[in-house]
Ligand binder design. Structure first.
Ligand SMILES: *[C@@H]1O[C@H](CO)[C@@H](O)[C@H](O)[C@H]1NC(C)=O
Ligand SMILES: *[C@@H]1O[C@H](CO)[C@@H](O)[C@H](O)[C@H]1NC(C)=O
Ligand SMILES: *[C@@H]1O[C@H](CO)[C@@H](O)[C@H](O)[C@H]1NC(C)=O
Ligand SMILES: *[C@@H]1O[C@H](CO)[C@@H](O)[C@H](O)[C@H]1NC(C)=O
Ligand SMILES: *[C@@H]1O[C@H](CO)[C@@H](O)[C@H](O)[C@H]1NC(C)=O
Length: 378
């Protein structure tokens, strides 16, 4: 009898423990041809989106998110890195125009100092980057603002030397020693997160042997990859890539730094192959991603999974992805999930109501177990 007591309790704990889900955000780039930011903010809010990344942090756009309870992720453009790294006042000046007038009415939670700034492999850019990140952090501290995470954004394809299987993943040299190690130390000291753009789409394009269903979160029986060293089984390419990053962080001695996926998505058009139906792929990827992140299942190497993931992007902006390995493979340019008239291109539910079957099932399991336990104890 003791056995049958402890088993249901164990099951309950595991059902309850999968409840914490990743924050799902979106990247929003305003344009004169698109609706005004206030209208976009209202739409994003009605879609139950709780986090927005603004690669172009215009004050008027930040203001549009006042009192929306949507958290904002801002970016400082690469063009300012040199002045900010050389001069703390330049960092303060940026904060005085983009943060101080708005915070906390606008819920700014993160600042990326530069994005993909190491792509040119210029070793001096590492020092510039680190000094700029530190200056922005120190300026925030001087202003008495301690709740904003400061880091810089990397691109998966530019920092990973070996990514597969995850158990052999490592960051690329010399970037690792010159930039990542000191940055990770800084992130650990300041409780900040590691920001990475992570696109299964680009890896799929570079490696034709990867089945499309594995990249698109399809659950077919044959859609898996095993890590032959650890025996861990991966059901989708996103988790495989996230665990590559986590394994590389672990090798660097920083296995607990939270990971924020600053960009991920799938284009609904692809310049390299007009024949394929990319709109359906984009829909499958985004729905699969949202469902997966809301399930709270995490990845095999990290139970809580990524802390946040920002979908790229709200509207089509004719993206060219300069400075990325992706340039080599002729990639799509239209990544948006909203039409310019603010209607969804395809159905996608950000509200957390998406995995209804899982939720209903979990409730049914809980009800059944409490019944069983009730019977056992009476
Ligand atoms: C604001 O958002 C947070 C996280 O998304 C949520 O927990 C909280 O209940 C929201 N507050 C209001 C007043 O809506
Ligand atoms: C530092 O930055 C401030 C603000 O951008 C600027 O006014 C000042 O001239 C800069 N100082 C130096 C030494 O570059
Ligand atoms: C980081 O977080 C830990 C635990 O929450 C806390 O004790 C520490 O003071 C924090 N450090 C900073 C610099 O915020
Ligand atoms: C999209 O960008 C490409 C390359 O920058 C340019 O040639 C093309 O005209 C742009 N298309 C639109 C619709 O803006
Ligand atoms: C919005 O635009 C799309 C694409 O042009 C169109 O298919 C859709 O019917 C429009 N929706 C509304 C409500 O106007």
């Amino acid at each position: 009898m003791p056995m049958s007591h402890s088993l249901p309790l164990l099951l309950i704990i595991s059902v309850v423990a999968t409840a914490s889900a990743t924050t799902i955000g979106v990247t929003y780039v305003p344009a004169p041809t698109l609706p005004p930011p206030e209208q976009v903010a209202t739409t994003l809010r009605s879609l139950k989106i709780t986090a927005v990344r603004l690669p172009v942090a215009e004050p008027s756009v930040i203001r549009a998110f006042f009192y929306t309870n949507i958290s904002l992720f801002l970016s400082i453009p690469n063009s300012l890195l040199h002045s900010i790294s050389g001069n703390r006042s330049a960092a303060s000046l940026w904060l005085y125009t983009h943060v101080v007038p708005f915070y906390p009415r606008a819920l700014i939670t993160a600042i990326s100092v530069g994005s993909n700034a190491i792509a040119d492999r210029d070793p001096s850019s590492g020092d510039v980057l680190l000094r700029a990140v530190r200056n922005v952090h120190q300026s925030l501290v001087d202003l008495g603002i301690r709740k904003i995470t400061v880091s810089t954004t990397f691109s998966f394809v530019n920092i990973m030397m070996t990514a597969f299987p995850p158990s052999s993943a490592e960051f690329e040299e010399p970037t690792n020693n010159a930039i990542l190690k000191p940055l990770l130390q800084f992130l650990a000291e300041t409780n900040s997160s590691f920001f990475v753009n992570l696109y299964p789409y680009f890896v799929y394009k570079l490696r034709p042997e990867i089945p499309i269903g594995f990249a698109l979160f399809q659950q077919q029986a044959y859609n898996f990859r095993d890590d032959s060293i650890t025996g861990v089984r991966y059901r989708n390419l996103f988790d495989l890539m996230v665990d590559g990053v986590i394994a590389a962080l672990t090798i660097s001695g920083h296995e607990n730094i939270p990971v924020v996926v600053t960009e991920t998505g799938w284009p609904s058009s692809d310049s390299s192959n007009e024949a394929e139906n990319h709109q359906i792929y984009a829909e499958m990827y985004l729905r699969g991603l949202v469902y997966h992140l809301q399930s709270g299942r995490g990845t095999p190497l990290r139970r809580e999974g990524v802390a946040e993931a920002y979908i790229y992007e709200v509207f089509d902006t004719n993206t060219t992805f300069e400075n990325q390995a992706a340039m080599r493979v002729g990639t799509g340019q239209n990544w948006g999930f909203l039409h310019p008239n603010l209607s969804l291109k395809f159905e996608i539910d950000f509200s957390g109501g998406f995995p209804t079957t899982t939720g209903v099932l979990a409730k049914a399991v809980l009800a059944f177990l409490s019944l069983v336990i009730g019977l056992l104890f009476c």
